[in-house]
Design a protein around this ligand. Structure first.
Ligand code: HEM
Length: 151
């Protein structure tokens, strides 16, 4: 399951870039909306499945040190990985909140089908913040994955 989430995190960034291309260059607002809703759905399912799977296996520290007789990470390394996880969590927790706000406001305030209008200014600010937040979630998530499970 962890590998599925890692793949989703990697896939999401080019999809997001494509969605921004459709809105900024191609001015295809309907496709942009649909891609953003699809992305939000994929992320939600991946993250919920990941959390359930992780908790079912006793948490990441148990998974990392499966073999109790020879733990892969010692106490110092574990505390370093925990520090990286706490950085990741800052972005991982704020991202869904920001995405939910961006999507709910966009669906309410843009007409259907969506076209630029009075909500554009706020949407651009929220949209770029959401984009940066998700990218940082992805980068720090991969960093955590690497130090905890690969390196
Ligand atoms: C979390 C989800 C979303 C993100 C991250 C996002 C991101 C963005 C960004 C960054 C831009 C500005 C591009 C630029 O600088 O020109 C933009 C534009 C736009 N988005 Fe979204 N968007 C999201 C969801 C939606 C939804 C659900 C709708 C429709 C209901 C929508 C409709 C639009 C429209 C109409 C524009 C053009 C605004 C204009 O140029 O005046 N977006 N979006």
């Amino acid at each position: 399951m962890l590998d599925v989430v890692v793949s989703a995190l990697v896939l999401v960034v080019p999809l997001l870039a494509y969605s921004l291309y459709t809105v900024k260059i191609a001015h295809n607002f309907v496709r942009h909306r649909n891609l953003q809703l699809l992305l939000a759905g994929v992320l939600l399912v991946a993250v919920v499945a990941f959390e359930v799977d992780m908790q079912l296996h006793g948490g990441w520290e148990k998974i990392v040190n499966k073999d109790e007789s020879s733990p892969r990470l010692g106490p110092e390394q574990l505390s370093e990985v925990r520090r990286i996880l706490s950085i990741h969590l800052v972005f991982a927790i704020s991202t869904p909140l920001l995405w939910a706000a961006t999507i709910v406001l966009a669906l309410r305030r843009f007409p259907n089908p969506p076209v630029p209008g009075p909500h554009s200014r706020l949407h651009k600010v929220l949209g770029w913040l959401s984009t940066v937040d998700l990218t940082l979630t992805s980068v720090t998530g991969l960093w955590f994955y690497y130090v905890a499970f690969v390196g």
